[in-house]
Design a protein around this ligand. Structure first.
Ligand code: PEP
Ligand code: MG
Length: 556
């Protein structure tokens, strides 16, 4: 019989498919000791598991072909390495379980590789993957990393980091369900970027049985386990109806009385441009450039590589606005060569602009690459810094832009409450503000955006957050400058009306949300949005604010 679980819906639509779990990145088996009479059995288990993994890698290589085949075959040889296997057997002989012996033998080989020059050190990740596969097989748990499947599936994970998803075959992912995370976690952002339905902060997600059929409703946050055929039909019908209603909404973003609110797209790279254009984005309001830095954890992409990626995005919006955010490394997006390894509180540590001011050469390369990419294009380029805390930060960023000879508007993201409180002073240094409501909520409520049980603090309807938004928007209006929102708050159609009522001048969101926001905004006048904003701010909680705004907007 079906059961329905409820989490937080973060990416619209309905997905129906079988559960595939994201395997744990690193499995450390317990250090239990075995009696000598069990050693032959453990040796046999270890041998068989290693051989099965090697054969599986060869089979995948045959399927993939090309460069991937060479990598997978090299990995299969690691699994069959006679010296490694001899070490495993020695460890079993002195009391290790098969899984622990594999884990430890690979660890000592790993240390050798890591110190053996750049090429071999680069193979460490491949070796770790082989070890994880053998250990997972011995423990009888899902294979680490992205699921092995040739059929489309619903991806279930504790949470997804950008690095986890780099290897994901997105054509197979029907939807996401995560145990952790909130509306602003990277799983949510990625799901919206891919346009697949997603539910986060779903308690019990980790316990869903592999292969079970689930229906994921990313609008309501409901996940139905083992839905009946009637329920499946009903959900599919609802999803189709929602889609049809949206297809009717086209053109630039505006309220019913013509107050323009440009609707822009949040993107992670040139690969997201097509979805942005298809959704009718009027430009890009947030280009998260850190995704370009994920390919190599040891160094930044070259100026040329960056310039090519920027140019592709700029060329896609010849008339539109493109707001590029310089690298936001650190906290939940650490980069090995930039982020300090041991920070007691990474979200409160060296991240965003702080990282770049510590590594001016990385910022310089990025700004020079942007300048090169924009050369000769009529595009309206804007560049902004993440995690600006005060006027000195804003000035340091603007100075770096000027020194790099960048011809663009320079802006500051408002993600730290101090920046909202002193927005007018920051605007003495830069030309626009962009509210990153995800981090602004995290820092206003002192609630880690990655922790599922705190997700209610990430609710962007919280009146305290709305007060800070209003403060920044008013400061920008007083200075005659613009103040957009590029956090996930902008993708909630009702909240988009409230933000407009608070004086926000543009809204940037995952492309799939644009039609929903456009359709809702077009139904209400600016005065109605302002009344809804006042009612929301007069509330005492996020839930009350949402209800108050809904009642104002639906009662008119
Ligand atoms: C934000 O914090 O709201 C934001 C847009 O940046 P990111 O989600 O990439 O931290
Ligand atoms: Mg942020």
């Amino acid at each position: 019989m079906e059961t329905t679980l409820r989490g937080v819906g973060v990416s619209h639509g309905v997905a129906i498919g079988e559960v595939r779990h994201m395997g744990t990145a690193e499995l450390e088996p317990p250090t239990d000791r075995i009696s000598p009479d069990r050693a032959p059995r453990e040796r046999e288990r270890a041998r068989r598991a290693a051989e099965a993994v090697a054969a599986d890698l060869v089979a995948r290589g045959n399927l993939a072909g090309g460069e991937a085949q060479a990598v997978l075959e090299a990995q299969s040889m690691m699994a069959r390495d006679p010296e490694l296997m001899a070490d495993v057997e020695r460890r079993i002989a002195v009391g290790s379980t098969a899984e622990r012996a594999v884990y430890d033998a690979f660890a000592s080989y790993r240390a050798l590789l890591a110190g053996a020059g750049e090429y071999l050190a680069g193979r460490v990740a491949d070796l770790d993957d082989v070890r994880n596969r053998i250990v997972a097989r011995l423990l009888g748990v899902p294979m680490p990393g992205v699921p092995d499947s040739d059929e489309p599936y619903v991806l279930v994970a504790r949470d997804l980091a950008p690095a986890d998803t780099a290897l994901l075959d997105t054509s197979l992912v029907l939807g996401f369900v995560t145990e952790e995370g909130g509306p602003t976690s990277h799983s949510a952002i990625l799901a919206r970027a891919l346009g697949v339905p997603a539910v986060v902060a779903l308690r019990g997600a980790a316990d869903l049985t592999e292969g079970t059929l689930v229906a994921v409703d990313g609008s309501t946050g409901e996940v139905t386990v083992d839905p009946s055929p009637e329920q499946r039909d009903e959900l599919t019908r609802i999803a189709e109806e929602r889609k049809a209603a949206l297809a009717a909404s086209v053109g630039p973003g505006a309220t019913s009385d013509g107050h323009k609110v440009p609707l822009l797209a949040n993107i992670g790279g040139p690969g997201d441009v097509a979805a942005a254009l298809e959704a009718g984005a009027e430009g890009v309001g947030l280009f998260r450039t850190e995704f370009l830095f994920l390919d190599d954890s040891r160094k930044a992409p070259s100026e040329k590589t960056q310039a090519e990626a920027y140019r592709q995005v700029l060329e896609a919006f010849p008339e539109g606005r493109v707001v590029v955010r310089v690298l936001d490394a650190g906290a939940d997006k650490p980069l090995e060569f930039l982020t300090p390894a041991e920070e007691p509180n990474p979200a409160l540590g060296v991240r965003g602009l702080r990282t770049l001011l510590d590594h001016p050469e990385v910022l310089r390369t990025q700004l020079t690459a942007l300048s090169r990419a924009a050369r000769g294009l009529p595009v309206y380029l804007e560049v902004m810094a993440p995690m600006v805390a005060d006027r000195a930060d804003a000035r340091a960023f603007a100075d770096a832009c000027r020194e790099a000879g960048l011809r663009a508007k320079f802006g500051a993201m408002v993600e730290i409450p101090s920046a909202a409180l002193r927005a007018r002073s920051i605007l003495q240094e830069v030309e626009f503000l962009s509210l990153g409501t995800n981090d602004l909520a995290q820092y206003t409520f002192a609630a880690d955006r990655q922790v599922g049980v705190l997700s209610h603090y990430q609710d962007p309807w919280q009146p305290a957050l709305l007060d800070l938004v209003a403060m920044a928007a008013e400061a920008a209006a007083a200075e005659g400058k613009s103040c957009g929102v590029c956090g996930e708050a902008a993708s909630d159609p009702l909240l988009a009306c409230v933000l407009t009522g608070l004086g926000v001048t543009s809204l940037s969101m995952g492309p799939t949300a644009i039609p929903y926001v456009r359709a809702t905004l077009a139904k209400h006048s600016l005065a109605q949005c302002e009344r809804a904003a006042a009612a929301a701010r007069a509330s005492e909680s996020g839930d009350e604010a949402r209800a108050a705004a809904r009642s104002v907007l639906s009662g008119e």
